[in-house]
Design a protein around this ligand. Structure first.
Ligand SMILES: Nc1ncnc2c1ncn2[C@@H]1O[C@H](COP(=O)(O)OP(=O)(O)OP(=O)(O)O)[C@@H](O)[C@H]1O
Length: 448
């Protein structure tokens, strides 16, 4: 029975019981699952209860108008292919039916071969459509890359999807590399603002003056170096989304202007007194403890309350056990194509190591580890040794001063080691003797 349903589920609608019987035997012999209805009402009831892939519909159904029945079917089961069965004298109505959404027509009396051929052809189209739908779903998932089998992450994604289409401001929390930026872009893509821009500002990379100009724009000559008028990101994001990445580093002195913009949607460009408006949805992300920053006087409480209308907290990768191998396999599949390398799968030992590692750098670190492994692995199976998961830093041991390394490689390794040994980014920046915004840029540059 299940096998027949898998081959194709067919509904026959005709008021002549002899025709129903002959068609049924012929199609069942082909291995299809077949149901019959001798009136429009019976067909409607069956369609409410069961899913059909194909319907053979006689347009002359007693008192019922066949075209009305067809229209009803198109609403009830739009995926179902409908083949009209008609007498030669009524072929012109069949043509109307095709215009109304039927897939094809058969002229009565038809031979068993004609019936079988029509069924096979339509079921093939239906299977292709179903396959396309499934693939589109997969592509959508891969595109936002955000599917998960981890209950905590699934709950975050579910809330994110629910609130995506509202204009509520959302604060995304989570350790560095957990995918806050990815989630922000996905929320924009799921929202009704998707056709407009999603503009990102990396807050730590700019001081207060440059940030104001970046956000709201400026007029030529309004400050040293302002050689031309600029629109500002807020204006670019009009109708869309503004993503404030690492909002914890947003300059304190500029926070009142951001607050006013979020509350009233009003702003002025630097050097231009005209008050402008922009319809922008705000998403913000941070790995800092904003409540703690409020207590320490480093972040405005009123701004925090405007930003965190909805808060989404991404779990760290070490708590997403169910997802580690899925993500690793996905990265591997992508990188071996990018680099044209032979690796195809992980050995058992490598899988265990991936699951047991603590992933302090979360998905960003996993991505780097797999990218590196996919390059250095010379065979189909990625072994534990290709992963380089020995110590804290996955890049394979501390480099020696004087070793055959470029300055860049040395800098990357040193920054990685200092980051691993420092409690906060500020402390790491202090140790390195650079400011936090430079450290931010270097982390992004080296994917640390
Ligand atoms: N679900 C995912 N599937 C594939 N790649 C992902 C996923 N989530 C994150 N990534 C990748 O991991 C890296 C880190 O992601 P992202 O920049 O969004 O993290 P973050 O939490 O915003 O990091 P930070 O706090 O350091 O800015 C990026 O390269 C991103 O493409």
């Amino acid at each position: 029975m299940q096998q027949a349903a898998d081959n194709g589920r067919i509904l026959l609608v005709d008021d002549e019981s002899a025709i129903l019987r002959t068609f049924r035997y012929c199609l069942e012999d082909e291995g299809y699952s077949v149901a019959t209805a001798n009136s429009a009402a019976q067909a409607e009831t069956l369609l409410q209860r069961q899913v059909f892939d194909l319907c053979f519909l006689d347009l002359r159904l007693g008192a019922d108008n066949g075209l009305d029945v067809l229209a009803q079917m198109r609403v009830q089961a739009p995926w179902m292919r409908v083949v009209i069965v008609t007498a030669l004298s009524a072929v012109d109505i069949a043509v109307d039916a095709i215009q109304a959404g039927a897939a094809d027509y058969l002229v009565k009396p038809c031979s068993p071969d004609q019936l079988r051929l029509a069924a096979a052809k339509q079921l093939e189209v239906r299977q292709l459509a179903a396959r396309l739908e499934a693939l589109e779903g997969e592509v959508r998932k891969l595109k936002d890359g955000l599917d998960s089998h981890c209950p905590a992450m699934m709950a975050v994604l579910e809330t994110a999807r629910q609130v995506a289409d509202t204009d509520a401001n959302i604060l995304i929390l989570g350790e560095s590399g957990t995918g806050k930026g990815e989630l922000a872009r996905a929320i924009h893509a799921w929202s009704r603002r998707a056709k407009k821009a999603c503009v990102t500002i990396n807050c730590p990379s700019l001081n207060a003056e440059l940030m104001e100009s970046e956000l709201f724009g400026h007029t030529r000559g309004s400050f040293t170096g302002a050689s031309e008028n600029t629109l500002g990101r807020v204006s670019q994001a009009d109708g869309g989304t503004l993503f404030l990445d690492e909002i914890g580093d947003f300059p304190l002195t500029l926070q009142p202007k951001l607050l006013r913009f979020i509350q009233d949607k009003d702003y002025e460009r630097i050097g231009d007194p005209v008050t402008r408006r922009a319809d922008v949805r705000i998403l913000a992300a941070t790995n800092l403890d904003l409540d703690e920053m409020v207590r320490a006087g480093r972040f405005r409480e009123d701004l925090l309350y405007r930003l965190n209308v909805i808060t989404l907290k991404l779990p760290p990768l070490r708590e997403r056990h169910e997802d580690i191998l899925m993500l690793a396999e996905r990265f591997l599949a992508r990188f071996v194509v990018d680099y044209a390398r032979p690796a195809r799968a992980f050995s058992d030992e490598a899988r265990v190591a991936l699951l047991n590692y603590r992933w302090p750098g979360n998905i960003r670190e996993l991505r780097n580890v797999i990218e590196r492994a996919s390059i250095i692995c010379p065979q189909e199976s990625v072994e534990l040794s290709h992963l380089g998961l020995g110590g804290e830093a996955p890049s394979g041991g501390a480099p020696r001063i004087g070793a055959a390394l470029s300055l860049e490689e040395l800098e990357k390794a040193h920054i990685a080691a200092v980051l691993a040994a420092s409690a906060t980014l500020d402390l790491a920046a202090k140790t390195l003797g650079i400011d936090a915004s430079t450290l931010y840029r270097k982390r992004k540059q080296y994917n640390l």
